[in-house]
Write a protein that binds this ligand. Structure first.
Ligand code: AHG
Ligand code: MN
Ligand code: MN
Length: 326
């Protein structure tokens, strides 16, 4: 019998620092446990709403809380992280030991989809820790300093997509042996696309350039873009980005008047949603922008800062930026 290359073997072959291999092994373990909980569906006890709200005032699902705890314990066990930050925790979470990395994560992305049996995911970003006892400021590093970034999509198959700065690679969970196996190497996002993903129910709240861009896509062959566009929206960023890394497209969560009224700079969080996805997409030859500049060049001011996100096929991201410049 033959098996493929495991995640750990592949990271070693690529010359990855041993502590980072241990940390990624911890993330892989966390996601196997989460994948198992999700796969139990209504037969398990992971589904449903908790009685609590997170720091952003969103109602937490039971699985949001459980996934967060699993990430904490496997990161601690790896001995490779000095501390953590998560969507589900207001403040940074110091770990004991002398780990050299910081792990910043969204333990469960797309939680509104859990109860309806649609794909959800986990997103993570790895930074170098400037000290053994990192402060909040130590976490506020621009995305261009990430040493690794990835997500796991809990779909029909559980797949981890990871970059350590040497391309973006896919590892599929082989449930029979309990290992992530290298399944696609060096993903390449097609440069051109005719497929966009946006929550169009917010259209009336968008800024003028976004209104114009989507209107021109919808005008199709007869409009200024001179071709028909297709639309997709899964409402799990992980699943939408996975489609884009697989067959191209553009994913947009713009700033809008409703978000601005709540003093939010966007819907998606810079440090554990936008930055890791931006690194993965750029490492696959795509682009990631706020519409006004590269996401990974933003100097974070807060752990839970939000930003507009426009990412995917390079030509189309450039097209959106051109609407913002006009
Ligand atoms: P989370 O479940 O971690 O709060 O993130 C949900 C995000 C993202 O996954 C998705 O793209 C977006 O929110 C969905 O937004 P809508 O509710 O506007 O569809
Ligand atoms: Mn999320
Ligand atoms: Mn989440």
């Amino acid at each position: 019998m033959q098996t493929g290359t495991t995640l750990t073997q592949d990271l070693r072959v690529r010359g990855t620092d041993e502590a980072l291999v241990r940390l990624m092994d911890g993330v892989a373990t966390a996601s196997k446990v989460i994948a198992d909980g999700i796969a139990q569906g209504d037969l398990g006890d992971a589904l449903g709403t908790a009685e609590t709200e997170n720091v952003q005032g969103e109602t937490q699902k039971k699985l949001d809380i459980v996934s967060n705890e699993i990430f904490i314990s496997t990161a601690q066990a790896s001995g490779a992280a000095a501390g953590l930050a998560s969507e589900e925790m207001e403040d940074i979470y110091p770990l004991v030991g002398d780990g050299e990395y910081l792990l910043v994560f969204d333990p469960l992305d797309g939680s509104s989809n859990i109860d309806v049996n649609v794909s959800v995911g986990s997103i993570f970003s790895v930074l170098k820790s400037p000290s053994n006892n990192p402060t909040t400021e130590d976490y506020l590093q621009a995305g261009n300093t990430q040493v690794a970034a990835g997500y796991v999509v809990y779909g029909p198959a559980t797949v981890m997509v990871l970059t350590t700065g040497q391309g973006t690679h896919c590892y599929t969970l082989d449930r029979a042996v309990g290992e992530f196996i290298l399944s696609k190497e060096s993903l390449q996002v097609p440069q051109r696309t005719s497929e966009f993903a946006i929550n169009a129910s917010n259209q009336r709240h968008w800024e003028e350039p976004m209104q114009a861009y989507i209107a021109d896509c919808l005008a199709g062959k007869e409009g200024p873009r001179e071709r028909d566009f297709n639309m997709r929206w899964i409402a799990s960023m992980v699943a939408d980005v996975h489609r884009i890394l697989t067959r191209g497209g553009i994913f947009i969560y713009p700033i809008d008047a409703k978000l601005s009224a709540k003093n939010q700079g966007g819907k998606l969080r810079l440090m554990y949603e936008a930055n890791p996805m931006a690194m993965l997409v750029e490492q696959a030859g795509g682009a990631a922008s706020t519409g006004r500049g590269r996401i990974v060049d933003i100097a974070p001011e807060h752990l839970h800062q939000r930003v507009p996100v426009v990412l995917g096929s390079r030509d189309e991201v450039a097209e959106v930026e051109a609407y913002y410049r006009r």
